[in-house]
Design a binder for this molecule. Structure first.
Ligand code: UDP
Ligand code: MG
Length: 328
């Protein structure tokens, strides 16, 4: 069998408390599989000492590579930056906080040898998360599957192993609103779920506060579905039917009794009702137009401040920024 090179991509944002422990555990697991591995850490514009820790790790071990982004671009962009720099036959995405146990990578590799191109982690149990996060995550996966055109496996995050071919396929998808787990479902190939227990964050706090989760969820839905737009038609039809019923009611009252429909309240409520619905759908249309606008600008997805340990990247700054434009 051909020698296997494993690339592991780890996005890090303010992870100074955990990064050393994560690194040790990762290296332990990888060494058991093969000596041929590389770990690519992406510092997503951390404000703490993460970048310095990563520098030290890289100086001690040449199989470690580090990409420092020019600012915080968000988890999905950090992962994208990592994917653009991998050289392995298989690529593993894993969070920096040890919520996804690195030991599962061994099972994923087994599936790869069996011929699967993607082995994604399925969370059977999530320790130490609030009931709200559990509930909202569950609701989210159900909603997005109901709405979107591709089936996105339930309860999966970005913890996964992918064949190099899948990564190359992802690189051809230039969208700005990136929802990687949906994109990986979209590309197809042979995929399989690997159940695992999601543990508690080792230290530090979640970088996904509620508003970021809501935005992420919206990205997932809006970039994989046109149903929110189509809903306007259904809601429009519904209010139309309501208005017909209202007209009939008014006519019947007028023709067969001596009373008129009493006016003010109904007028007031129905005006607000129609106005509200129209504004909501104007907003939905606006979201899609905003996305078209953002895609149209064709800005690079992320900018690199510095690369450590990559031999083929010799110049930094402008040159590497231009490279990135070609890469993405
Ligand atoms: N992360 C990142 N950029 C961000 C936010 C998060 O690179 O803007 C990284 C973070 O360091 C971690 C992973 O993405 O490795 C998942 O983030 P987190 O653990 O905060 O999310 P949660 O597990 O709570 O959903
Ligand atoms: Mg986490």
């Amino acid at each position: 069998m051909k020698p296997l090179l494993i690339s592991v991509v780890v996005p890090c944002y303010n992870e100074q408390e955990v990064i050393q422990a994560t690194h040790q555990r990762l290296v332990g697991v990888l060494d058991e599989i093969t000596p041929q591995w590389e770990i690519i850490y992406i510092d997503d514009g951390s404000q703490d000492q993460t970048a310095q820790h990563l520098r030290t790790l890289q100086q001690k071990e040449e199989r470690v590579k580090v990409i420092l982004l020019s600012r915080n671009f968000g988890h999905q962009m950090a992962v994208t930056a990592g994917l653009d720099h991998v050289s392995g036959d298989v690529v593993v995405l894993i969070d920096a906080d040890l919520q996804d146990p690195p030991e599962v990578i061994k099972d994923m590799i087994d599936y790869w040898y069996q011929g699967y191109d993607v082995a994604y982690g399925v969370r059977t149990d999530r320790q130490g998360e609030t009931w709200f996060k559990l509930w909202s995550a569950k609701a989210f996966y159900r909603i997005i599957n109901g709405l979107s055109d591709v089936a996105i496996p339930l309860d999966t995050g970005d913890f996964r192993l992918m064949d190099r071919r899948v990564v190359e396929a992802l690189k051809t998808m230039p969208e700005r609103d990136r929802f990687l787990r949906g994109m990986v479902s979209w590309v197809g190939f042979r995929q399989i779920g690997v159940p695992y227990q999601r543990s508690q964050r080792l230290a530090g706090v979640s970088k996904y506060p509620l508003w970021k989760m809501v935005r992420f969820a919206a990205d997932g839905i809006l970039s994989f579905s046109l149903i929110p737009l189509r809903m306007a038609i259904w809601v429009g039809l519904f209010t139309f039917v309501l208005s017909i019923i209202g007209i009939l009611y008014a006519l019947v009252l007028r023709l067969f009794t001596s009373i008129w429909v009493p006016g003010w309240t109904l007028l007031f409520i129905s005006t607000l009702f129609i106005g509200g619905i129209q504004l909501v759908f104007l907003g939905v249309i606006g979201e899609y137009i905003g996305r078209i606008y953002r895609e149209n600008k064709e800005r690079p997805l992320y900018l690199v401040r510095e690369r450590l340990g990559f031999k083929n990247y010799s110049f930094e700054t402008q040159q590497s920024i231009n490279n990135d434009k070609h890469l993405v």
